[in-house]
Design a protein around this ligand. Structure first.
Ligand code: SF4
Length: 345
């Protein structure tokens, strides 16, 4: 429940801000000059704030659309991300966001039109025949707050007119109402992050259970949307073989392979400083205390363990799934083997 909304004072009359505030009628509204006054100060208690985060309504300034870190593509020639939201109402124990910011406040940038202009600029720079994928769930879940932000509806209408660009909505939520209320579009991938329920129930704190996410995927597949399955990060835990095998069986019992745009697999990974901060926030957490090794400048699950997990998942995929739709992090590793990021299996 959001009890406090901080809003940059020049946005008080912005129609989108007004609509957000109308959807949260009980929240106290406090104006500020710049959201950074509330969001950036050091010595904030991230864990305490996470119990009851405030919403900060702000204008995004500076670079609106950025290249994704290498290795995260799903088949387009160019990959970018943009973040209308910083932070997330869920509290996944392995989420790198908790090591990234001083505050757990949810920052909503409401100047959607400026993001759209920047997307158009990137599309204008594409070479002949190139396509670009725009990831919207890098700094927060794409759909978790959609009932408040109206993000999906506005950006689907925008991307619908731009067939060279794909929009990836990445989520652990089941907030699919805006999608089901309209016709599907070809260039949107609604990508659900999934882990075996035994581990997700413990670690995806506040997010809907995996069985609900699978049900939401089934509903979207029936409505004609293209789906993504993100087994990323692969989480090492007791019984992981059985857990991932069952998860993949359950996924394909709900989603026909023809509805699956892409399935991606990747190790648990953190920038080193972020991992240090997360370990300080959760000093006794076994997942964060587990050994890691350096790979391409980030700390990852030891590669031998990760490769075992990845191999098992690939072996469990149905024969009817075109393996060119399976993507493994890091793409550069695949490139070194002359395979792009795709698994030649
Ligand atoms: S849903 Fe995604 S963004 Fe939200 S807490 Fe979990 S990992 Fe982080």
């Amino acid at each position: 429940m959001i009890e406090t909304i901080y809003i940059e004072s020049d946005l008080l009359e912005h129609p989108r801000a007004r609509s957000v505030m109308k959807r949260l009628p009980r929240a106290r509204v406090v104006s500020c000059d710049h959201y950074g006054e509330v969001f950036n100060p050091h010595a904030q208690d991230f864990r305490l704030q996470k119990e009851n985060p405030s919403l900060l309504i702000a204008r995004k300034r500076g670079r609106m659309v950025l290249p994704v870190p290498p290795g995260s593509g799903i088949g387009a020639e160019q990959d970018f991300y943009f973040s209308h939201l910083l932070n997330c109402p869920y509290d996944c124990r392995y989420c790198f966001l908790q090591g990234s910011y001083n505050s757990a406040g949810l920052v909503l940038f409401i100047n959607y039109e400026d993001f759209m202009t920047a997307v158009d600029e990137r599309i204008g720079e594409l070479g002949d025949g190139e396509r670009a994928c725009f990831f919207s769930g890098y700094d927060g879940d794409s759909l978790a707050l959609d009932a408040v932000t109206g993000f999906a509806g506005e950006f689907l209408s925008f991307f619908e007119q731009r067939p060279r660009a794909w929009l990836e909505l990445r989520t652990r939520s089941v907030n699919t109402a805006a999608l089901l209320a309209r016709e599907p579009i070809d260039n949107c991938v609604v990508a659900f992050s999934l882990s075996p329920p035994a581990v997700a129930d413990r670690l995806d704190i506040g997010a809907p259970p995996v069985r609900s996410r699978l049900k939401a995927m089934a509903g979207l597949a029936r409505a004609g949307w293209k789906l993504g399955a993100r087994l990323d990060p692969l989480l090492f835990h007791d019984g992981w073989e059985r857990g991932y095998k069952q998860l993949i069986d359950d996924l394909f019992a709900c989603v026909p392979t023809s509805s699956l745009h892409s399935l991606s697999l990747g190790p648990l990974r953190f920038p080193p400083k972020v991992l240090e901060k997360m370990r300080r926030l959760h000093p006794t957490d076994p997942l964060l205390a587990a050994p890691t090794e350096e790979w391409l400048g980030v700390r990852v699950t030891p590669r031998d363990i990760h490769e075992q997990m990845q191999r098992l998942c690939v072996e469990c995929l149905p024969a009817s799934l075109d393996k060119s739709r399976v993507f493994c992090w890091p793409a550069n590793e695949g490139l070194a083997r002359g395979e792009q990021s795709r698994l030649a299996v």
